[in-house]
Design a binder for this molecule. Structure first.
Ligand code: UD1
Ligand code: CA
Length: 455
């Protein structure tokens, strides 16, 4: 929106979080609370976003160093009006200002846009109805017209019965705002400069005040405690789950899904219970994710099944593959189509080509695996000599017998077979059988197991 300034108030201490971390850096959906407010502000395309910070200031600024934000320090928290006063020198004379609160993460860009549009020559306030309004500023109306906002501690018994309360979100032309801010006093029950006093100043100046009631309580609910944090997190997750289901994703239980980042899914995707998605995850058509998987920054192509208790971190998986149960794919892993990775298999920086199988109890790291390779149970690529890492190459159609150690750097040629129990230290030629075991198998007839010594 042209001619829009947005001021985000985020200087509060957050005492009730009982944390050394600034309140606005606690996370909802894997992102700081304040990041959600900034995202809403950016969606409105303002000329300027000004954040008023205070407590824990430098860490807050550092967390958003990449954002185009004007930071204003409120060294002492003398009230919401005082907070906005700190931003006055940055406000554009011919613009409007929208005030947002740094601890209200589910704020709706759509509602803010409507409110800001209303604020043409008016003071527009977002209000909502609260059955138990203790602590909130009450919206006082004379007939329909808003005449004041009275803070709970300053309110009369009659005013305390009002259930329409101030959300703290408001918009007005800057010419008025700057004038009213200069007239605020702190003669009230809390000795603070209340931003809400601008309502009475508007009335005095014959500027119309409108309060826009919202039904969407979560979109105006602030976070003050860890209880609030958990409730808002659930609300946010419920919203994500509903959006996914509306797009056609089958969720076995929408209450047992967590998305901390961006999850995008094709058609006929199914997700079983207790799965966690982090960062950017893309699921192709017909992908099935079984219960209890943790999947971070991954691309999973169509028709692939991820079986229970699988962990995937920074990996790509080709179509029609089967991963898990209990598989772990670590960063840099790419699997082509039709691959099978089974239980207790750990892959790290491994590139596995079409149709290859690593089905049981293996560690394959820094390895290139060709097409249609079969890696037997208990195979280990020894990629680390204690100081440096080396690569293993296993060419197409190779067969690695169970309990093999491949000491990198080493290459197993095309079509080679490695006998079970081998420790391979030199390249194994193509199409040959290579084994490296103790020379002979011995038996000692009549050998007795040791018995416990008598004391
Ligand atoms: C404020 C409103 C109240 C409204 C309520 C909604 C005032 C005087 N009262 O009350 O009408 O119903 O919010 O939650 O505005 N902040 C600063 N600097 C300060 C004080 C506050 O940046 O000096 C920030 C806080 O970080 C927070 C926001 O302003 O994001 C609101 O402050 P808070 O102390 O929660 O205001 P309330 O007294 O609860
Ligand atoms: Ca508050």
């Amino acid at each position: 929106m042209s001619n829009l300034n947005i001021v985000i108030l985020a200087a509060g201490k957050g005492t009730r979080m009982y944390s050394n971390k600034p309140k606005v850096l606690h996370e909802i959906g894997g992102k700081p609370i304040l990041a959600h407010v900034i995202a809403c502000a950016k969606a409105l395309k303002p000329q300027k976003i000004i954040v008023v910070y205070g407590f824990g200031g430098e860490t807050v600024r550092e967390a958003f160093a990449h954002e185009d934000i004007i930071w204003v320090n409120q060294a002492e928290q003398l009230g919401t009006g005082h907070a906005v006063q700190q931003a006055v020198s940055h406000l554009d004379a011919d613009a409007k200002t929208l005030i947002l609160l740094g601890d209200v993460p589910l704020v709706s860009a759509g509602a803010c846009k409507k409110l800001t549009e209303q604020a043409k020559n008016k003071l527009a306030i977002q209000s909502f109805n609260k059955a138990y309004p203790t602590g909130y500023g009450r919206i006082v109306r004379n007939n329909k017209l808003v005449t004041a906002i009275v803070e709970h501690k300053d309110a009369t018994e009659a005013q305390r019965k009002i259930t329409e309360v101030n959300t703290g979100i408001m918009a007005m032309p800057n010419a008025y705002l700057t004038k009213w801010l200069s007239q605020l006093t702190n003669k009230n029950a809390q000795g603070e400069y209340y931003l809400t006093d601008i309502v009475e100043l508007a009335v005095k100046d014959k500027v119309e005040v409108v309060a826009e009631l919202t039904e969407d309580e979560w979109s105006v609910t602030g976070i003050n405690s860890k209880v609030d944090l958990a409730q808002i997190e659930r609300e946010h997750q419920t919203h994500i789950a509903q959006t996914l289901m509306q797009q056609g994703v089958t969720l076995k239980d929408p209450a047992r899904l967590d998305v901390r980042g961006n999850l995008s899914a094709g058609r006929d995707v199914e997700i079983d219970v207790n799965c966690l998605f982090e960062g950017d995850v893309i699921l192709g058509d017909n992908v099935k994710i079984a219960a209890n998987c943790v999947i971070k920054n991954a691309v999973i192509a169509k028709d692939t099944q991820i079986l229970p208790f699988t962990h995937i971190d920074d990996a790509k998986i080709g179509e029609n593959s089967r991963i898990g149960p209990y598989a772990r794919l670590r960063p840099g892993t790419t699997l082509a189509a039709e691959t099978h990775i089974g239980n207790f298999v750990e892959l790290k920086n491994a590139q596995v080509d079409i149709g290859s199988k690593i089905n049981h109890l293996s560690y394959v790291g820094d390895t290139t695996v060709g097409k249609n390779v079969n890696i037997g149970a208990g195979t280990i690529t020894c990629n680390y000599d204690g100081a440096n890492k080396f690569r293993t190459v296993i060419e197409d159609e190779a067969f690695i017998g169970s309990d093999t150690q491949l000491i990198a750097p080493v290459t197993v040629g095309k079509g080679a077979t490695i006998a079970a129990g081998s420790t391979i230290t030199k390249d194994a030629p193509a199409d040959a059988l290579t084994f490296c075991r103790a020379k002979e198998q011995k038996s000692i007839v009549g050998w007795k197991r040791p018995t416990k010594l008598k004391k």
